[in-house]
Design a protein around this ligand. Structure first.
Ligand code: PL3
Ligand code: FE2
Ligand code: FE2
Length: 242
């Protein structure tokens, strides 16, 4: 049964002034797609928690601050778990583990080699920018319960992105080369993840182009913040398409 009557379909404004229609949250198609998207977000938040604690082991004087960020991720995870429950959806966690496997593997390798720059790029820049972009798009088409939770979460994600930016900016002189290499190896993974999630996301009325656009904004803004120039940013962004 549709949640909204066709005469009272709710619309939400996009940045370009157009509107997104809300999906039928109770349809089987919605719930099926949500079981994978919800799992991805839950797994992403759990891994983010683990990653911040892991980075803390590489910089003990920052461990306390990093644990604070990590704990926020667990709160996010619990919030998104409640969103799935609220819709009567069971998250497909094996799917989500597989979804993150390559990025997870690259993070673990970097961690084992003590490559702090790579760890920061993967977690605090790429994953956080991916989350920020997806959450912004989701807020426009989410059910009221999930919308409220996601609005709170996205504010925290900016703190995480800022934390990574600040570290990379302070260390830019010595970490630029590794930053470029890590970006070349990992930005294409984000691109594939976006491609992989696109079909399910569109069932939730989250369109691929919108997701890509929001991601590129968050990603490029953060590289500017770190102190890279336009040419360097363009070169880094191109790693997504070549
Ligand atoms: C770190 O704080 C969070 C890491 C999570 C990454 C998730 C990326 C999400 C991609 C799929 C779009 C889903 C949006 C909907 C939310 C229920
Ligand atoms: Fe988070
Ligand atoms: Fe985060």
């Amino acid at each position: 049964m549709p949640t909204l009557q066709s005469t009272e379909i709710e619309v939400l404004d996009r940045p370009d002034g157009s509107s997104a229609e809300l999906p039928d949250f109770s349809s089987e198609a919605y719930k099926d797609a949500y079981s994978r998207i919800n799992a991805i977000v839950i797994e992403g938040e759990q891994e983010a928690h683990d990653n911040y604690f892991a980075i803390g082991t590489l910089i003990p004087d920052q461990a306390e601050e990093l644990e604070k960020l990590g704990k926020m991720e667990l709160k996010h995870m619990r919030g998104f778990t409640a969103c799935g429950k609220n819709l009567g959806v069971a998250p497909d966690m094996p799917f989500a583990k597989e979804f993150f496997a390559s990025l997870h593997g690259n993070f673990q390798t970097a961690l084992a080699e003590g490559k702090l720059t790579t760890c920061f790029l993967i977690q605090a820049i790429l994953i956080e920018a991916f989350a920020i972009s997806a959450y912004h798009v989701y807020i426009r088409v989410a059910d009221p319960f999930a919308k409220k939770i996601t609005e709170g979460v996205v504010q925290d994600e900016y703190l995480h992105l800022n934390y990574g930016q600040t570290w990379l900016k302070a260390n830019l002189a010595t970490c630029k080369q590794e930053l470029m290499e890590a970006n070349k190896a990992n930005l294409p993974l984000i691109r594939s993840m976006l491609d992989e999630v696109a079909k399910d996301a569109s069932v939730l009325h989250m369109e691929r182009e919108e997701l890509m656009e929001e991601f590129m904004i968050a990603y490029q803004d953060s590289l500017t913040e770190i102190g890279l120039d336009n040419r360097e940013i363009a070169r880094m962004a191109l790693a997504a398409v070549v």
